[in-house]
Design a protein around this ligand. Structure first.
Ligand SMILES: C[S@@+](CC[C@H](N)C(=O)[O-])C[C@H]1O[C@@H](n2cnc3c(N)ncnc32)[C@H](O)[C@@H]1O
Length: 204
């Protein structure tokens, strides 16, 4: 997928300096329907995630969650939304998961920038590793969202694919009352297959 900036007609005043997104990545296989992510929430195709018209300001930062096997796709999403990859941090979930290459215990939080956007002030730069015990399926620690706020307290913030509405954030997702529109996603088609590999590739 070629890196193209979103062609949003949204006026700058209705766009956001800081985007925090946790996409519903779709996996190709699930041997047992009971293990499918779609039992937790609907997923989206890579193409549909890339096609979202993210209402980012001309100068903005993106924090994008990625699971290890989806790292190439996550970098493509970042580029498709108009951001340039800068760095990443790791969330150590303090709980051993599944996986083929590793028993997965972490997720990645990628950081990208659009236009000009300065990193956090030096005293606010913290370790790139967050060690926080995981909670319910796919839930990301509130402490990480809180850190992002503390790093950019004056940024106009949007959480995409939110499951809770957090004070100080605009939110969008199908499990919250959205406060903004994010056009561009194609029609949702649930995907649960009855054959193929078990969904162990979640964690690589
Ligand atoms: C990985 S989860 C987000 C988890 C969240 N960050 C948390 O900490 O609880 C992805 C979310 O995207 C939502 N979602 C799936 N398809 C969607 C769509 N087409 N439009 C909006 N949200 C969608 C799912 O229902 C789910 O709430």
């Amino acid at each position: 997928m070629s890196p193209t900036a979103p062609t949003t007609a949204t006026p700058e005043s209705a766009r956001f300096d800081l985007i925090y997104a946790d996409p519903p990545w779709r996996y190709g296989f699930s041997r047992s329907a009971s293990r499918a992510i779609e039992n937790q929430y609907p997923t989206m195709t890579h193409e549909d995630i890339c096609a979202l018209e993210v209402p980012a300001s001309d100068n903005a930062v993106l924090y994008l969650w990625a699971v290890a096997p989806k790292l190439p796709e996550a970098l493509e999403v970042m580029a498709a939304w108009g951001f340039t990859y800068k760095s990443c941090s790791i969330w150590d979930k303090q709980r051993l998961g599944m996986g083929y290459w590793w028993r997965g215990q972490h997720e990645l939080l990628l950081v990208g920038v659009k236009g000009k956007f300065s990193p956090p002030a030096q005293p606010l730069r913290r370790s790139s590793v967050f060690s926080i015990k995981s909670g319910r399926h796919s839930e990301k620690p509130a402490a990480i969202r809180d850190y992002i706020v503390s790093a950019f307290p004056h940024a106009k913030r949007l959480e995409m694919f939110a499951r809770v509405a957090s004070p100080g954030w605009a939110v969008w997702g199908n499990e919250v009352e959205p406060t903004v529109d994010v056009p561009g996603a194609g029609e949702f088609v649930p995907l649960v297959t009855s054959d193929g590999a078990e969904q162990l590739d979640l964690f690589g």
